[in-house]
Structures are given as C-alpha cells and as structure tokens.
Design a protein around this ligand. Structure first.
Ligand code: ANZ
Length: 868
C-alpha cells in the first residue's frame, strides 16, 4: 500500500528522458549568445561496492541548480583507471540512471579510455617540452611489501595505510612535475576565487610561501681553520643570527659525510638509518621529543665569529629550504628544547616589547627589539633595531660581505608524478638503449596504449609491473630508429582527473583536447561541488595544469573553478547505546561515565525504544536510563552504510533526492534517518493525492478536479508567490532544506482550499521538479502537457503578492475564543466562516453543528453561535 506509484512512474520517465534525449546539451550547435552555467561534481571514486547515499549528494545539488537555471546539463561522471573491470562502471552508470539524473549520457567520459588518456599524455608532452616534467633522484616512501612508492598521505606512522607494511625513505629515479614554477601564481590567483575561506587557507599553507635569507656558514677544521666546505642555511629570522649557537643538518643532507669526525661517524650512521624509517610528518611533529647526534665538527657563525657545533637531527627536513638550519634556541621552541636536552648555550638576542625575557623558561619566538647583536669587526651592529629592520639590515650586510642573500621559499614541492603501478596512463617517452637519453614520443604516436597484462602484481624490486610486458617495453625510437625501452612507470591517479572538466565540454573531439569556441563558451566551471578532502591536492593539481594550458593557449581563463562548494558528509543513522552491568541491569550513560567500570557491556538499542528527553535520549520504558547517541561515518565495518538501491526500492528516487536536499544546510554534515526519509515520502504522497487523487482498490485513482478555468484567489496567489520567493532565494543561497520546508507549508495551505486553480498547481509542480523530477514530470503530463517540463522556465515570484496584508482574526464559538484564522483584511463573512470550518482546531467545534447566528466584525472578530 504505497503512498503513490513511484515504481511505475520513475522507470517510465527515465526511459522517456533517455529516448527523447531530454537533457542533451547542445554541442556543435551551441548558441553562444545564450548564457551558460557549468556546474560540476567532483567525480566520486567508484569502487566495486557501488555508490552509497552520501555519494550522490553533490550531484543532487548540481541538478537542483541546473534545473533551476534551466540550463543544459553537462554530464558529470567519469571513471577511474583504478577500476579494474568494466562491470564496476556499468553498475555505477545504472545506479546513477536509477536516481533519475538529468545527464547527457552522450558526454560520458572515462579516464581509462585511450580516447581520453591520449590527451592526458598530450598534456604530459607539453609539460615535458616546457621543462615542467623532468626526472630526478628523489627520496620517496618505498614500501617493500607492496612493491611500490607511496604518496605521503598513504603513509601513516611509518607504515602503509593499506596493510600496515613498513615504509622506508629511499632515493629513486622519478618523474617530477615542476608545480613550484607556478607557486606564486597559484597563490596570488586564489584571491579572486569564490571558494570557502578554509580551502583557500589550506592551499596557501600548502604552498607555504615564506620570506627570509640564505646564510653561509664556513665549516672549521679541528684546529679552528676554515675549510673549503660551506653550509648554507635557510632562515626566516636573519635578525636572530647572533643567537645561532649551533647548526643542524638533515639526516639526508648531501654533504653530511664530509662533516662527520671519525669518532662520531658510527653514531651518525646509525642515526641516519633510524631517521630514514620515519615520515616527514612524524619528524616534524612538535610534540615528539627531538633527537640528534653531534657530527664532531664546527662551523663559524659569520656574525660573531664564534665556532658553533654542527648537529644532525631529523626535525630538520632534507626537502625544505637547504636542508640545514642555523639553530637559535632562545627564539625557536624546537631549538630551545633541543639545546636544553643536549646542553647547548642559549643566547638571547630579541627582547620582547614588554621586556619579559628569560623568565618564562621557554623560547621567545616573537618579534621585538634586538639586543646582544653587535660585532664591529665585521661591520654589523643591529642592537636597538626592531626585528623587521634588523632582518633587512642583516640581509644587506650578508649580500655585501658575501655571507648570504635574500630568499623566498615555498613549502610546496614538485609533484612526484610516477607510480609503480600497472593501472595508470603510460608515460609517453622512450629511453634510448645506447645513450640512455630520454626521448618524448611524437604527438601523432598518441595514445600510447597500456598493454594487456595478466599478472600485474608488483615485481617487488621497485621495477614497475609494466616491465613485465617485454614486447611492449622493447621498441625503437620512431625518429632515429634506434633501439629503445619504454618508460614503465605510469602516471598517478590524479592525472586524468586534473582536466576532465575540460573534456566534458567537448567529449569526442579527436583533433584537440577541447575545441576553442566550446571552451570559451563553457569555461570556467561556475560551481564545483565536492568534498573537503580534496581541498588541497586535487584542486591544486588541476589549477596547475589549467595554468599551463592557459599559457599554451588551450584554455582562455586563468582558473578552472570559479566557485567551489564543499558539501558536508552524510553520516550513518544515529546509533543508540546503553550500558549493561554483569547482572544484566541497564545503567544510565552518565553513571557509566563516572563509574569508569570496564566490565560494563555496551548494547545497541533500536530506535523505536528510544525517546528524546531534553537534550538527551532515554529509554522509553525507563526514562532514567540515558543513552549514548552517536552517528558515524558510513563504513562497511560499522555496518551503517545505506545503499541507494535499497532506498529507491522502498521509497523511490524522488524521495531519496528530496530527502538528501532536505537533510540540512548543504555544507554541514548530516545524519541519515529512516524516519526523515519517511516524512519526505509522505509529503510526496500528499502532493500526489492533492493533484491526482486518492488510490482506489482497483489501482486507479479517484480523480480530484484541478479546476482548469478557475481564477486563483488573492490568498492563493499570495501563498504561491511567497513559496516561489522562498524556494528561489534558498536555491540561490544553496540552503535547499528551508526551500523545501516552504513547499511543505504550501501543500498544507493548499489542502485547505476548496478549489485548486490549475495555474497555481502547475507553478508548484515546477517548483518541485528539481527535487522530485519523476513525480513532477508525471504530474505535469497529467495536467495536460505533452512536452517535458525540462524546458519550462522556473516560476518567478510577483512582488505584488509578497506583501502581507493578512491579519489574525479571533474566532469565538458560543462566546468562547476557540482559535484564530488568518484572513485578508477585506475578507467577506462567507470566506471567514469557510476558513474557520476548515481550520483543524475550529472544525472540531463546528463539524456537524447547525449555526444559529454569525456576528462578523471585519478585521476584528468572527462570532458563531450554535444551536444546542
Ligand atoms: C633561524 C630561526 C630563528 C628560525 C628563529 C626560526 C626562528 P618557514 O616559515 O616554515 O619557512 N627551517 C628552515 N629549513 C628547515 C628545514 N629544512 N627543516 C626544518 N626547519 C627548517 O620556517 C623557516 C624556519 O624554519 C627557518 O628559520 C628555520 O629556522 C627553520 F628565532 O632559522 B629559522
């Protein structure tokens, strides 16, 4: 006994849309005089498990925006090389279709198709030609068990995120992309984007621009003479140079071996080996205790001429700055901690403005007035200057005396662009067998197709699995005809997703990555909806490629995504837990908290046994027992994953779509609730019954008359236009939930009307259509239309009807005020009485009664006297 026959209408309209290509986006026939709107969802990572209800949220948002703007849709799905079978793609596609997405399926793209990755490889060649793709020996996270290099994010506490295998740092030949060449532009152009401030800030921190100086320190012989070796340090605080009481080099510092005394060499070796097993993250964690080893050598502080010890310590990273620092314990907390531990002097050289130096027992990292910093022998006196002035002065002195120079640094590293995996786009270069020279393929040799390989497990040696495809690997250089070997590293999974938004504009172009006219029309993406987990890498990589494409004239805008919205995640249904002691008695959560007993058992309580009491949840049958209520991220292991297929089977796709938009503000995290979806489902059922009528036992519907020629009353127009105004405003502000509430209020009001003029009902159906498109199409055709409502403009509010001139009129029955009704000031007695009869509260008194007398004072009161 279903509230409305969604299982019939949903497949029916999905077929209709597909057959009629309702959502086709113009292609060669785009009318460039028409405004465009390009909304995109970050394509999800389809695993074999298919979608869960959190995945389509971003898509729903987009569809609401799109149908609202009445623009064409661009297909936003894509698939990933990580997919191992086409079956996954099919499953994914059919799930999307069963949700009734208004996609132009002609634009489906798949990053694993050669037609697509041809252009990914083409971009690589352009990068290579411009010196933006290069090879280097770099220390990488090597996981011997998995036989592959891992990205920093894939390493947690020194072991692989998947499987927990040990990971070590080791230098390997890698392909790198020079994203650092774009650091300044990536930073500056953030200012013009409508992105969440938090995401911009994360990108700024990731790029991490810092201004400072490189200073040179001479290494000293054991008898104090200057040697030919120099250590260059990077510092953001040249003003503290007189306070540098030791130097630190990173364990992977290239010159380290020439800095170690014989006596210390064994210690240093062991230390370096130990450090190679830690990740950068672990090494730089502030809370971790600092460790290090003295190298046995000294360097000369160029400012005061003192000999200071050189240490090796892993809190200094080889990959940042110069891999060496001047340590100033008085003014850097890491150095302070280290100096205390190893008994190194602390020299105070910056006085805080409140002169509170030395008493705090910790470093003073702030800026202030310089003290203890003068050496007339080298012509440097910065005493009394502010930190800022002193820094400038020191840099000027260093540049003149040859002791250093100004330097801007970035945290941003070049992008490690190679993976030892089989799945991935082949890198389009060969290595000449005789000379070892790397030669890029010719553009007309693209796509370089990934060879079929039955066994693509890692080789375990660091040789990528592709090296097993011997007949593919052995080749000749097309230009010179010399024997050559193909590159067997593949591109990382990021590559294909870096530019897919461009391909949607022109998905089948075989001559170009994207046609210029189409790109100029569609670009940039107006709204990009996606999870905050992509705040840094994906968005940064895509911006980098986009800027390169801009520089070579492929795209016309500097930035790919004008606006980014992070949708909140959908958590699983709230789980209620109670505690039970050994005797089987339930214990209130607050008691369990303090009793801190370990032999309490936690048991799950089904929702129907729970009720709300104030801010907490308690057992219905025993409200003294307070429960723990928590929602968790959906995960297989918790068993709280809600599968959209099941929801659709039970409530229909429209309910799922409407519900996800109704759950709460787009950007917040939300909790899945079955009773919530039931509420939305009931609303759709009521909408259906209002317009179509109630179901009869023979499966037909008791027709309800929608009055074709009926003129709407002023009250009806007001109700409608207020609803339109609210829905529109909330869509524009992406607060879909409150817009939906307005539609629910409209429906309540409409149920009180006698007559339902068609014009009013039609407008309402259009309002509903972005959220519940199947039902809306069906109602639309029942209202007598033969064409899809997809091409109808969204209703517009008429401001004339938005002003409120209704008043609250008290209603007395037999001399007692029993309630109120909302009426127009000018409302007639008949209308007022009619409203009172339909009012939920008042009708209880009036139903079935005969009225003796009515006294009506317009704007003041309605008095009804009943026969007794
Ligand atoms: C002396 C000094 C004195 C420093 C002082 C700080 C405070 P950002 O802003 O992150 O660029 N540093 C330089 N290279 C490093 C590396 N490879 N690993 C770890 N730390 C490194 O910070 C730059 C500061 O971090 C530099 O300035 C250096 O310590 C340290 F009162 O030099 B400073």
């Amino acid at each position: 006994n279903r509230a409305y026959p969604f299982h019939e209408i949903e497949p029916k309209w999905q077929r209709y849309w597909e057959q009629n290509r309702t959502f086709r986006t113009p292609d060669d026939d785009i009318d460039t005089s028409k405004p465009k709107y390009y909304v995109l969802d970050m394509f999800p990572y389809p695993s074999g498990a298919g979608l869960h209800v959190g995945h389509p949220l971003g898509f729903f948002v987009i569809l609401v925006l799109l149908s609202f703007l009445c623009c064409c849709c661009v297909l936003q799905t894509g698939t990933h090389p990580k997919l191992t079978t086409a079956r996954n793609i099919d499953r994914f596609r059919s799930q999307l279709k069963s949700l009734g997405f208004s996609y132009d399926w002609d634009r489906e793209i798949s990053t694993i198709e050669p037609d697509y990755y041809k252009w990914t490889q083409w971009i690589f060649l352009q990068l290579y030609k411009r010196g933006l793709a290069y090879q280097a020996e770099v220390p990488v996270n090597w996981c011997p068990a998995l036989g592959t290099v891992l990205a920093n994010e894939e390493v947690v506490d020194g072991v692989s995120e998947r499987g927990g295998h040990p990971v070590i740092r080791k230098p390997m030949r890698q392909w790198m992309l020079k994203i650092t060449a774009y650091a300044d532009r990536l930073l500056e152009d953030l200012d013009g984007l409508d992105w969440p401030e938090s995401v911009k800030e994360m990108q700024r921190n990731w790029i991490g621009r810092s201004e400072g100086a490189e200073m040179e320190f001479c290494v000293l012989d054991s008898d104090g003479k200057e040697r030919d070796v120099k250590i260059i340090v990077y510092t953001t605080r040249p003003d503290t140079i007189f306070g540098a009481t030791y130097l630190v080099v990173a364990p992977e510092y290239p010159l380290l071996s020439s800095l170690v005394s014989t006596a210390q060499s064994k210690h240093v070796e062991d230390y370096v080996e130990l450090a190679s097993r830690k990740s950068d993250l672990e090494r730089t964690e502030l809370q971790k205790e600092k460790t290090g080893v003295f190298t046995g050598c000294y360097a000369k502080n160029p400012a005061n001429g003192e000999a200071i010890p050189i240490w090796v310590a892993d809190y200094v990273l080889g990959s940042y700055g110069t891999g060496a620092i001047m340590a100033v314990p008085a003014h850097d907390s890491r150095d302070y901690e280290f100096a205390l531990k190893y008994d190194i002097p602390v020299n105070w050289v910056v006085m805080p403005n409140d002169k509170s130096i030395n008493e705090s027992g910790k470093a003073f990292p702030g800026e202030g007035v310089i003290i203890n910093s003068s050496n007339l022998f080298v012509g440097l006196d910065i005493n009394g200057l502010s930190s800022k002035e002193a820094a400038l002065e020191v840099i000027e002195w260093a540049e003149k005396s040859g002791n250093g120079k100004r330097k801007v640094n970035y945290k941003l590293r070049d992008w490690l662009f190679a993976r030892q995996r089989y799945w991935g786009e082949p890198i389009p270069v060969v290595i000449l067998d005789d000379s070892g020279e790397t030669v890029p393929l010719n553009e007309n040799e693209l796509p370089l197709i990934l060879p079929e390989l039955d066994n693509f497990s890692p080789t375990g040696t660091g040789e990528p699995p592709l090296s097993k495809a011997v007949s593919w690997v052995k080749t000749t250089d097309s230009l010179s005809g010399r024997p050559a070997t193909r590159e067997t590293n593949t591109m990382p999974q990021w590559a294909g997703s870096c530019w897919y938004y461009l391909r949607f504009m022109d998905p089948t172009n075989s001559k170009e990555l994207v046609d210029k006219t189409k790109e100029r029309y569609w670009g940039p993406v107006d709204v990009y909806v996606g999870g905050a987990e992509h705040a840094v890498l994906h968005l940064l990589y895509a911006r980098f490629w986009h800027k390169v494409l801009y520089d070579i004239g492929v795209v016309s805008t500097k930035e790919p995504f004008q606006c980014v919205i992070n949708q909140g995640i959908i958590l699983g249904e709230v789980q209620y837990m109670a505690y039970r002691d050994q005797d089987g008695n339930l214990i209130s959560a607050d008691v369990a908290d303090i009793s801190n007993e370990h032999n309490l058992e936690k048991i799950q309580i089904p929702e129907e046994k729970v009720m709300k009491s104030g801010d907490s949840f308690v057992l219905k049958e025993n409200p003294d027992i307070r429960l723990v209520a928590r929602a968790y991220k959906m995960s297989k292991s918790r068993g709280n994953v809600v599968n959209p297929d099941d929801v659709i089977a039970e409530y229909g796709a429209d309910s799922l779509r409407l519900y996800e938009m109704f759950m709460g503000p787009l950007r917040d995290s939300k909790t899945w609730s079955t009773s919530g979806i039931e509420g939305v489902y009931r609303f759709l059922g009521r909408t259906w019954r209002l317009i179509v009528g109630s179901p009869l036992s023979d499966g037909t519907f008791k027709e309800r008359t929608i009055s074709v020629d009926e003129e709407p009353t002023i009250d009806q127009l007001r109700t409608l236009h207020k609803c339109i105004a609210k829905v529109t405003e909330e869509i524009e502000g992406t607060r879909f939930n409150t817009g939906i509430s307005a539609m629910m209020e409209f429906l309540n009001a409409a149920y009180k009307w006698d007559k339902h003029p068609r014009s009013i009902i039609e407008a309402f159906v259009l309002l509903l259509s972005p959220y519940a498109p199947h039902m809306a199409e069906d109602l639309w055709s029942r209202l007598g239309h033969t064409k899809s409502l997809a091409y109808e403009p969204f209703p517009e509010e008429n401001p004339a009807y938005l002003k409120d001139s209704t008043i609250v009129l008290p209603v007395q029955i037999n001399g007692k005020t029993r309630g109120t009704i909302q009426v127009e000031e000018t409302c007639s007695e008949e209308e007022a009485f009619g409203l009172a009869c339909r009012d939920e509260k008042l009708s209880k008194y009036l139903d079935g009664q005969s009225v003796r007398k009515r006294i009506y004072v317009p704007g003041k009161i309605l008095n009804v006297v009943l026969d007794r």
